[in-house]
Ligand binder design. Sequence first.
Ligand code: XMP
Length: 510
Amino acid sequence: MTVLVVDFGAQYAQLIARRVREARVYSEIVQSTITADEVRAKGPAAIILSGGPKSVYEVPAPQLDPAIFELGIPILGICYGAQLMALQLGGEVAHTGGGQYGRTELTRQGASSLMAEWPETQSCWMSHGDAIARAPEGFVVSAATPLAPVAVMEDPRRRLFGVQFHPEVAHAERGQELLETFLHDVAEIAPTWTNTSIIDDQVAAIRARVGDERVLCALSGGVDSAVAAALVTKAIGTQLTCVFVDTGLMRKDEGEQIEATFTRQFGVRLIHVKAQDRFFDALAGVVDPERKRKIIGELFIREFEAVARELAEGESPRFLVQGTLYPDVIESGSGHAANIKSHHNVGGLPDDLSFELIEPLRSLFKDEVRHVGEELGLPAQIVWRQPFPGPGLGVRIIGEVTRERAEILRNADHVVVDEIRRAGLYRELWQSFAVLPAVRTVGVMGDGRTYEYPIVIRAVTSDDAMTADWARLPYDVIESIANRLIREVPGVNRVALDVTSKPPGTIEWE
Ligand code: XMP
């Protein structure tokens, strides 16, 4: 049972798809150019039309194949999606002059399938310039706001619905309830999409595809590769070989933790490549951030390649596991993101190493991946780990990356994270870590002068890393981090706090 979310270019389409999953129904995002035949081929149980940045009267404004409204599939249009539905089915849309943004009071009128239990008035979340002026024939208007005479329109016979407000945003009261009413009651979709069903589906699919071939997986220490590997292990057990390349730029105890989990708990064959020396040699004297990224990325691939070639002598793996997530799949489809930093993933393997890819998390959002990880028995420390960049500590050591400086930062990072955990803030922060600048400053400790590095505390809140705000850490937490950094980390004599949001800053310093 799939729900298609038709994307009209709003940042809300992903959010809608996630909300549908939260209602325990599988959702997939499709482009607005999809035809009725393509929809029929996918056989969705319902369709949701997203909002969008355009006015329905703009040229060119995205349209929808009108035959989709004739398929007999329940459809919910949201904002732009509702306006387009109104217009294409013979209603009217007008500029409201100024529009409505933010919390707005909605007044109910008459019977409603979507809002049966709602009170007479209810606040909702609006963000629109145009509004539906007249609903098409066959629809009843079941709610209005001061600037949107048709805030909700319903045609229960054809099961077509339009809402001018945004039920998917977090601060929309009763928003999730409305989506669930549409999905569970109107479209009669049973809420059966669970972590267990995701795991069972993937395990069966992987077994069928892999047969008795061998599979390779690069573990990075991050959540996605760990969950992907655990899932593949459940499917094919010892046919999987994992590779963990220690670049010398990993977090404290990361390698040991990976080894303990995968070797001892899951009984997986793990090749632990201790490549620290080669990374530090390659990075000697390099200070330019992009060059560092390139060197680390390329060397990583070379190390991985060496393992793969060695394995190829005997048991040649045919498949490679990748922890690609759904947002990566959607974003690489749209191709509009500017390249601010060159990202490092295992994806850039050379062509002559030809693997077939297994991407068991391709349809999942990050929060779903974490839940799947928990269900598979991965330790909380791995499953709830904050994101960590591919080049590791390398992009947090400003200036030259040396073994000594990496050790200072690794110890400092451990202190920051440990104090954040103790304060109970680790899960609510998107990331919290230490940065090592390329300057030294004078201090006094005991009776003597010191001349050592400062550490910068970087902690941010974010939903998706596209934008972020600096976290307002409590003063006592900052104080205990600072005290411990200076007391426990040799080489550090000063602590600063980064109060830059993104934009204009990026989350990482390089
Ligand atoms: P920035 O610094 O660009 O980072 O605001 C956004 C998010 O991406 C992470 N990041 C990376 N992740 N490979 C990755 O897999 C990389 O090369 C990389 N660089 C940055 C960063 O930690 C943040 O969560």
